[in-house]
Design a protein around this ligand. Structure first.
Ligand SMILES: NC(=O)c1ccc[n+]([C@@H]2O[C@H](COP(=O)([O-])OP(=O)(O)OC[C@H]3O[C@@H](n4cnc5c(N)ncnc54)[C@H](OP(=O)(O)O)[C@@H]3O)[C@@H](O)[C@H]2O)c1
Length: 301
């Protein structure tokens, strides 16, 4: 691939509101543990390794980090690791967090937050990250929610109070995005997306582009492995394109997502220093039109 010293800046930039980020970012969900995330018996990751990965990510130009207070294992918290590794924070670092879901101290999921409980979740993030405001906060919509108006209204109020700079939404339908936009400016949609997505999912990504809203996919590498991570057999088309570039399947998945539109910002998650370097190097990988078409027609089983 001839990547040399690639940095996240090679993917280009996008503005989340007034905050400029490199389109190749980092997801912190994998840092607190090895193996499956978000389970009570998760195996805590080596602390020094997690800290080193965060610092290396920033050295490699990453300035968009996605996190949540509910990203923790018995002994590690993503927010605490970010604070310990990176504070005092670089001026250009944009930390995006999400609220709505919650986990009790034992790691079990709690009921989703009511609108009046969102402030407490915001404050929990502020305490853990050591900040007095949050750059971007996504409302993470959960199963069973039909209207998000009251939750978005509560976050818009906290934005007016200065606790939040910009709002985003996650796990949403196009209708929910429209509902949120009628209440407050929305800078990003964070949904599951990657090679193998359905036609409506592809169309939603394109619609966000037309609206000028960033689309931030998760499970772009993990795919159907979801919370368990990148498991199972890699798709034959992905492998063929990877071979043609001397790249890895993970790099092809990231490059494909980035080429879906200038508003797509990837946030690959890893606690592995070598995977981090490989993922950032994907910022310079350019797929041909034929390869894009081939990969865009892949459908998950
Ligand atoms: N809004 C939401 O509901 C939501 C849901 C899930 C995730 N997220 C966010 O999105 C981010 C991305 O999602 P994700 O971390 O679950 O999935 P991902 O980035 O698609 O993939 C991560 C998985 O792939 C592995 N991996 C990473 N780089 C690799 C490479 N170069 N080669 C081989 N394997 C590699 C990781 O394991 P290793 O640690 O071994 O590298 C991990 O198992 C998360 O970190 C989180 O910030 C948001």
């Amino acid at each position: 691939m001839g990547l040399g010293q690639v940095t996240a800046a090679d993917a280009g930039t996008w503005k989340l509101g007034d905050l400029v980020v490199n389109r190749l970012g980092f997801g912190a969900m994998r840092l607190p543990q090895t193996g499956r995330a978000l389970v009570p018996d998760a195996v805590p990751r080596d602390r020094d390794q997690a800290i080193a990965v965060l610092r290396r990510a920033v050295e490699l130009g990453v300035n968009h980090i996605d996190t949540a207070a509910f990203y923790f294992s018995p002994l590690r918290s993503a927010n605490e690791l970010i604070n310990s590794a990176l504070a005092p924070y670089p001026d250009d670092l944009v930390i995006v967090t999400k609220v709505g879901p919650g986990r009790d101290p034992w790691g079990e999921w709690t009921n989703r937050a009511r609108p009046d409980q969102l402030r407490g979740q915001i404050e929990e993030n502020l305490r853990q990250l050591g900040r007095d405001h949050l750059d971007v906060v996504n409302l993470r919509v959960q199963a069973g929610m039909t209207s998000i108006a009251e939750h978005v209204g509560a976050l818009a109020e906290l934005r007016r109070a200065g606790l939040i700079r910009h709002l985003g939404v996650s796990g949403v339908t196009p209708q929910m995005l429209a509902e949120a936009q009628a209440i407050a400016p929305v800078v990003c949609v964070q949904n599951r997306y990657g090679i193998g997505a359905s036609t409506p999912e592809h169309e939603f990504v394109e619609a966000c582009g037309r609206l000028g809203v960033a689309f931030v996919p998760f499970f772009t590498i993990a795919g159907e492995g979801r919370g368990a991570g990148a498991i199972g057999t890699e798709n034959a088309d992905v492998l063929a394109v990877a071979r043609a570039h001397g790249a890895t399947a993970a790099q092809v998945r990231l490059a494909w997502a980035l080429q879906r539109g200038p508003h797509v910002l990837v946030i690959p998650g890893t606690g592995d220093p070598e995977h981090l370097a490989g993922n950032v190097a994907a910022a310079a990988l350019r797929l041909t039109d034929d390869q894009m078409t081939r990969l865009s027609s892949v459908r998950s089983a």
